[in-house]
Design a protein around this ligand. Structure first.
Ligand SMILES: Cc1cc2nc3c(=O)[nH]c(=O)nc-3n(C[C@H](O)[C@H](O)[C@H](O)COP(=O)(O)OP(=O)(O)OC[C@H]3O[C@@H](n4cnc5c(N)ncnc54)[C@H](O)[C@@H]3O)c2cc1C
Length: 311
């Protein structure tokens, strides 16, 4: 089996891999995007219709990056001719009291932000409870539709000549000389650079081959609640409690899971507790659905990338 040639092979067509394939194709590179499952699969971290887009981070690097990203999201939406990010505003609240610091950083970068009392916030968004601490709103925050975004990214990449191969698990990546070869069961590609965006499958695919930070794979559970008044959807901001609560937590807090290359995750063991958590009002609403998601967490909780070869 002789290897086909490409400038770059991208392994994994989640949000990271799809965005990478598009960016490279826009730079005129010949790109092959290889994905183990079919489009729309629910085994990775990127499926569903909602991810928070926010600009409020304690690290100024992310405030700068999200400013650049905002422009890129608009470009992608224009190209796709559809809305990918719905700007709802985003709020931070809770006893960890990071709101003042976040406000300082945001306004230092000229990002619109508003610091208000919990009473003012409760009045503004009836039905929500913020506790006694100040509440930060930044109106630029919102909700990304990841599935539509990935479809738009891949359509954009394919329109610029990227080759996309679904249902094609990569079995191994071999490096040698100035290039690397990506092997699947019946095809292989040689390229001067390989980007592995395999999410929770990174370690099983590349572990021992390249230095990776310590990675913990956990299975997270999302609970969905039906609106009290069917058909009526209130305009709510995206919310980030600080610190996280038992029912609204950061990713990386779920039970450990394991991912093997190209195999689906085990079903989640986590269920809505039989008795409501202490932070939940007595007789509070019950979830109407739950969906398990396997994300990958890196302990420093930072963006991490490493690369072999020039991009
Ligand atoms: C519950 C949850 C809530 C989140 N909320 C937010 C949020 O509000 N805001 C936000 O910005 N982010 C959020 N995130 C994080 C965000 O969703 C992830 O960072 C992002 O989806 C990761 O994308 P990815 O492409 O790295 O990984 P994935 O989406 O997991 O993609 C990896 C892909 O690689 C493929 N793959 C793996 N191994 C192979 C192989 N051997 N061969 C071929 N293909 C392979 C997989 O099939 C998969 O499609 C959340 C994540 C979770 C889990």
């Amino acid at each position: 089996m002789s290897a086909e040639q490409a400038d770059v092979v991208v392994v994994g067509a989640g949000l990271a891999g799809s965005a990478t394939a598009r960016a490279l194709a826009r730079r005129g590179r010949s790109v092959v995007l290889v994905e183990a499952f079919q489009p729309g699969h629910r085994h990775g971290s990127s499926h569903g219709s909602a991810r928070i887009f926010r600009r409020a981070y304690p690290d100024p690097l992310y405030v700068r990056l999200t400013g650049q990203v905002q422009v890129l999201w608009r470009q992608l939406a224009d190209e796709a001719g559809e809305q990918l990010v719905t700007t709802t505003g985003a709020v931070d609240y809770g006893p960890a009291r990071k709101q003042e610091k976040l406000y300082e950083i945001l306004t230092g970068f000229g990002v619109p932000a508003e610091l208000m009392t919990a009473e003012a916030a409760a009045e503004r968004w009836p039905g929500m409870s913020f506790g006694p601490d100040p509440v930060l709103l930044h109106p630029d925050g919102g909700v990304i539709d990841p599935e539509r975004a990935m479809a738009a990214m891949r359509a954009s990449a394919a329109g610029r000549g990227a080759q996309i191969s679904y249902g094609t698990p990569v079995l191994r990546v071999e490096t040698g000389g100035d290039d690397a070869t990506v092997y699947t069961a019946d095809r292989s590609w040689r390229a001067s650079a390989v980007v592995v965006a395999a999410g929770a499958w990174l370690e099983p695919l590349l572990g021992g081959q390249v230095p990776l930070p310590p990675l913990a794979v956990t299975q997270e559970e999302f609970f969905h609640f039906a609106p009290r008044t069917p058909g009526r959807r209130a305009r709510r901001p995206a919310c980030t409690p600080r610190p996280a609560t038992r029912i609204s937590s950061w990713t990386g807090t779920g039970p450990s899971s394991s991912a093997r290359p190209a195999r689906a995750m085990a079903p989640s063991s986590r269920r809505w507790p039989a008795r409501s958590p202490p932070t939940w009002p007595a007789g509070g609403p019950r979830p109407s659905a739950a969906s398990p998601w396997p994300p990958i967490a890196t302990p420093p909780n930072h963006l991490y990338h490493g690369h072999l070869g020039a991009l």
